[in-house]
Design a protein around this ligand. Sequence first.
Ligand SMILES: [Zn+2]
Length: 337
Amino acid sequence: MGKRQPTTQELMRLDAIAKHLKIKSRYPADSFTAAVIDTCLDRIAPVVEKLLPCSGEQIALGLGEHLHLTFEEVRGPADVTDLLKRYLQGKKEIGFAQVPEQLTQPGVDALLFERMHAQEQDPDRWVAVLNLQDSDAKGYWNRFHELSHRIAEPPQGILPFKRHQIEASNPVETLMDAIAAEFGFYEPAFRPLVEQRAQRSRLTFSVVEYLRRQFAPTASLLSTMKAVVKFWPQPAAVLVSEFRGRVGAPHLDQALRVTPQGHNGAASNSGLKFIFNMRVPQGSPIDLAFQTGVEQNELERLGNWTTSQGKRLASLNVHTSARRIGKRVYSLISAGS
Ligand SMILES: [Zn+2]
């Protein structure tokens, strides 16, 4: 994926974020993202501390309350009609007139409004409209994404709303996703649950699903897998595999190949690392899950994993949990006791 140059407007927003959070680092310095995340976490910590121990859903609601931000979910035309009735007709917020048209455009995940006729203390001074018409899968993530805009950015003032589209190359949106990843599985709330589970069990899908039910039932499976791996006490990694060819030559050497999705610090230290697009060995648990559609929970030795350039993974004994979903195989790889 090629990176485009940020636009002037994006650079101005990034600069405004640095000033709003009072941080010295400026985009695109390496320290910028970390400084933004740390400062946002510092700001929300006192609010979330009062809620602990709590679930992720409770954190979203608690932060929304603190920031005077209400979430509205749109699943179909009846929800749009209801929104217009309450905000456009009821509260004379003319910005909402654009909701129907905006939500028909492709890739619009959410709209964030600052109401024009709200009092400072109104709980719906800000309204985040979440577009769940295609699926619920992104609802959890988008709550934290919108909260991140509210925490990191100065109140917009000029525009009645912003529109959010998944746009991987927009540095402001990428930054909001990085903040959302920290808030959605907030460490002081989520790590203790993961560690408790790790004492009793290997890393499997049933562990991930148990933790998802406990903490964030509306979160997607993949985002929960990544968060569990991050706090797993032993070396662990998440992979997604699919059938495809070489990088730059998609029709050559088609095979089941991996896209690493993240690993924890213990994995970096122990050499548990995968190489983008390397082939999954035939007969390995991931391959079996792909071929048979049956979930695999098996031990394997990573020394069998090689690349066409002759690279070989560290010869670690790992436990692999692999589940086929559609054309892909999701897997959890963990090493250690
Ligand atoms: Zn956004």
